[in-house]
Design a protein around this ligand. Structure first.
Ligand code: NAG
Ligand code: ZN
Length: 391
């Protein structure tokens, strides 16, 4: 009798305890693990398996070759000169403005220039407020920390550059350091559409097309931790690495371990073309030219080679230099080159900048004084992590 009661008692406690554990896990935001992808269950426009198959079953010759040029970090009067010289006023062969994406970090950013870049049709995207070191901080950052660093940067840029928050859709993590599931959870909360931080060398040829995280990714984990949960919503736009002249992978052009002589324009032109042709004559997965402006400014022969490359692709029938987010838009509804070309050019809602230079304001993190060129009323305090609008 006693034994029966006590078994019953233990059973009840066991059930109660299991229930409590499940509720606590749920509240801690524990995510379901991603399962291998099933092409039948995962369909566009919401879902895509990670794969090197061309979307929509298109043949390579019918597939637009997208080129994504990106610049990272603060935007200021110095690097704007290079953008004016190299990027501005370019058109693709269909007559539409050529795109470029700027992954902006807050420190030393001139928000009046962000307003100008936006109004010229370029994409403004997130690269964190502080861009803090060390890199390892980003690997273990919590959900709340990433909300403050990246999620809240969306409102910060929209406010100070006076651009629509809903036009800010992309993320590149500082140092390309992923944080497992966490940054993608954060992106979901802030309606961010795609991440552009995850390099691949194993899926370079044929190249890995963008995909969603409903299911398990086939992409190798370059710098752990990588996401392994099922996180429906955000897209991964893989950074397909270049092969340097010794065959080593580089995600950013300025981070290739081996590179042609930086005084040799022709060698650099050949280097860029070789990497481009792997995509163009392959499965046409998006080709990236990912760089920091200082590298282009610092090496005039590299700049000339880059300009020659852009001049060529801007005149090729089936190559399109676009904002990174435009690639994701195309993924959701992949149409062949002919149909893509015949579409009207996309426009953005224009906004004004009432220019004000704010400050000097003292950074709470380093006691330094900053002047901030903005398109909005001046903040009372230096805008920083946890206080993005400087209230
Ligand atoms: C991501 O989520 C999955 C599923 O909940 C979990 O197994 C994995 O450990 C998480 N990754 C990290 C780095 O926390
Ligand atoms: Zn950076």
């Amino acid at each position: 009798m006693i034994r029966i009661i006590s078994e019953n008692f233990v059973m009840k406690w066991f059930l109660l305890l299991s229930f409590v554990v499940a509720v606590v896990a749920e509240e801690a935001g524990e995510l379901p693990s991603a399962e291998p992808c099933d092409e039948e269950a995962c369909k566009l426009p919401e879902c895509r398996c990670s794969s090197t198959n061309i979307p929509g079953g298109l043949a390579p010759r019918d597939t637009p070759q997208f080129v994504s040029v990106t610049f990272d970090d603060g935007v200021n009067v110095l690097n704007m000169e290079t953008y004016r010289d190299v990027i501005f006023n370019r058109r693709n062969s269909n007559g539409c403005s050529a795109g470029t994406t700027f992954y902006v970090s807050h420190e030393y950013t001139n928000y009046q220039l962000i307003n100008e870049l936006y109004n010229r049709g370029y994409e403004i995207a997130l690269h964190s407020i502080s861009h803090r070191v060390p890199q390892s901080w980003w690997a273990t950052a919590s959900l709340e920390e990433l909300r403050q660093e990246i999620g809240e940067q969306k409102g910060q840029i929209a406010h100070f550059a006076n651009i629509p928050a809903n036009q800010i859709k992309g993320v590149r993590l500082p140092f390309l350091q992923l944080s497992g599931n966490t940054s993608f959870q954060m992106m979901k909360e802030f309606d961010l559409v795609y991440d552009h931080s995850w390099p691949t060398a194993s899926h370079r040829d044929p190249g890995l097309w963008p995909y969603t995280l409903h299911h398990e990714s086939i992409q190798e984990c370059f710098m752990p931790p990588c996401p392994t949960a099922s996180i429906p919503g955000p897209w991964v736009l893989p950074m397909i690495t270049w092969a340097d002249p010794m065959g080593f992978p580089c995600a950013m052009v300025d981070a290739c371990a081996n590179f042609p002589n930086r005084e040799d324009e022709n060698a650099w032109f050949a280097f860029i073309m070789q990497n481009f042709e792997r995509h163009y004559f392959g499965n046409r997965a998006p080709f990236g030219f990912y760089v920091h402006e200082g590298y282009i400014r610092g090496y005039p022969a590299v700049e000339r080679a880059f300009v020659r490359f852009l001049d060529i692709i801007n005149n090729v029938y089936d190559v399109f230099m676009v904002n990174a987010v435009d690639i994701i838009e195309w993924m959701k509804n992949p149409v062949p080159v002919n149909e893509y070309r015949s579409r009207p050019c996309k426009t953005v809602p224009l906004t004004m900048c009432t220019a004000r230079t704010c400050g000097p304001l003292v950074g709470p993190h380093n006691e330094m004084s900053y002047l901030i060129p903005t398109c909005n009323v001046c903040p009372a305090n230096y805008p920083w992590v946890g206080n993005p609008l400087g209230r």
